[in-house]
Design a protein around this ligand. Structure first.
Ligand SMILES: [Zn+2]
Length: 213
């Protein structure tokens, strides 16, 4: 293992330890329903689950992963993350979490206001983050974490993930999601401006779909 990889691992350990310590105070007992290897928070609405299953049922590779869906306060609508400690247990034992924002005062896009077609696009996008993590070794996943610390890095990762979503056949749904966020949602202007930079714009999605399909 190269020195660079060892240093990245050590920094990753420290970051995870701090995050776990912060999380421990806020932890409540949650109940989950199991669908194969998928674990779903019992408070996750059936309508959302039905939309989630549209892309998920197409992705055989991800059905073999340990994925948990849960609600939590976030600064975005939804996020997909690896469980850092599980990364140390080898690829077969990796755990992923898809978190849905439960913050009622969130000034961005709330999942409850998103139309079904757009919601499917967002779920497909989150699942592509997991496909991306699955293609990476532990150091590659930690590097993804660092890319998220800068605006440029974040933009690069999110555009790449949107590209994966289109390649996986969910371009139309992703287009619905992107147009909803920018044109029809009641998110504040600052949030919309941020989204239109970090993620693919609707016109870019259409252009890439023409080139792909
Ligand atoms: Zn994303």
């Amino acid at each position: 293992m190269a020195w660079k990889e060892i240093i990245i691992l050590l920094i990753g350990f420290l970051t995870a330890t701090v995050m776990i310590a912060q999380d421990a105070g806020a932890k409540k007992i949650k109940k989950y329903n199991k669908i194969g290897k998928l674990k779903v928070d019992t408070t996750f609405q059936t309508a959302y689950l039905n939309d989630f299953m549209v892309p998920f049922s197409e992705f055989g590779d991800l059905q073999n992963c340990h994925i948990k869906i849960k609600n939590k306060k976030l600064k975005t609508t939804m996020a997909a993350r690896p469980n850092f400690l599980s990364l140390l247990l080898g690829k077969k034992n990796r755990r992923y979490v898809i978190v849905i924002n439960s913050d009622k005062n969130f000034s961005g896009v709330k999942l409850e206001n998103v139309p079904s077609k757009a919601r499917i696009g967002l779920f497909a996008h989150e699942l592509m983050h997991i496909r991306d993590y699955e293609s990476r070794r532990i150091t590659g996943i930690i590097e993804r974490g660092y890319q998220y610390l800068s605006f440029q890095g974040k933009t690069k990762v999110e555009h790449y993930t949107d590209g994966l979503t289109i390649a996986a056949g969910f371009g139309q749904n992703l287009y619905h999601w992107a147009t909803f966020v920018l044109n029809d949602s009641d998110a504040c202007e600052e949030y919309k401006a941020f989204k239109s930079e970090v993620y693919m714009k609707p016109v870019t999605i259409l252009t890439q779909m023409e080139q792909t399909y």
